[in-house]
Design a protein around this ligand. Structure first.
Ligand code: PGA
Length: 255
């Protein structure tokens, strides 16, 4: 019943795939397939150099554009990094922060995730904040603790008002890019735990209004079941977002 308070968000995470010309072609292919499917927000989080082209290709469609990371400083000597106002001016409305690949391969910590989150919000971006446990942590039975801690640290200093611009993506690391999807029961269980953490940090109203996505090998075949669960309000989709047909089926499942 609370689900009706939230508008699902189906977001593609292209990761390090698609040159600008390929981005344009994929969006042209996808746009007619998702036309009129307006019961959810549709977002594509693309590589930095694709943002402007993607924004142009998505003009007049129901597809919104996001980035995959943002730095916490406004500007300065941070070679290789990118600031929120640069993303906004290029056409991004959303940004993924704290993806497990950033945490695993690029030294991202809960603290830097928190700094980036606050900078993104201040810069006017909507944040897709990723949390999720490793397989070893699930096996140790500490999934709830890990995900709760990640959520709490990431949201330090984020106000209840700013929570309107936060989407949490629960992404069990063992399910990402592995073809091993969490069962709908497993995903629902953790998404509900995250909602409880938000209720504790803020209040019930904020918790009920926060969009919580599942991510990790969500695909055309399993999306409908995952999205039917009470606390799963959308998906963050990697592999299947690179195929217009598959991604459009996931969007349909959210409609
Ligand atoms: P996947 O990636 O759908 O390819 O598992 C999800 C993600 O990393 O966001």
């Amino acid at each position: 019943m609370n689900k009706t308070l939230r508008r699902p968000v189906i977001a593609g995470n292209w990761k390090m795939n698609m040159t600008p010309s390929k981005a344009k072609a994929l969006i042209s292919e996808l746009a007619p397939k998702v036309e009129g499917k307006n019961e959810c927000d549709i977002v594509l989080c693309v590589p930095f150099v694709d943002i402007a082209v993607a924004k142009e290709a998505a003009e007049g469609t129901n597809i919104k554009i996001g980035a995959q990371n943002v730095h916490f400083a406004k500007s300065g000597a941070y070679t290789g990094e990118i600031a929120a106002d640069m993303l906004v001016e290029a056409g991004a409305e959303y940004v993924v922060i704290g993806h497990s690949e950033r945490r695993q391969y690029f030294g991202e910590t809960d603290e830097t995730v928190n700094l980036r989150t606050k900078a993104a919000l201040e810069g006017g971006l909507k944040v897709i904040l990723c949390v999720g446990e490793l397989l070893s942590q699930r096996e140790q039975g500490i999934t709830a603790e890990i995900v709760s801690l990640q959520t709490k640290i990431a949201l330090q200093g984020v106000t209840a008002e700013q929570m309107k611009n936060i989407i949490i993506a629960y992404e069990p690391v063992w399910a990402i890019g592995t073809g091993k999807t969490a069962t709908a029961d497993q995903a629902e269980e953790v998404c509900a735990i995250i909602r409880g953490v938000i209720a504790g940090l803020y209040d019930d109203a904020v918790a009920k209004a926060t969009v919580i996505q599942y991510g990790g090998s969500m695909n055309a075949a399993n999306a409908a079941e995952l999205l039917s669960r009470e606390d799963i309000d959308g998906g963050l989709i990697g592999g299947a977002s690179l195929k217009s047909e598959d991604f459009s089926i996931i969007v349909s499942a959210a409609n």
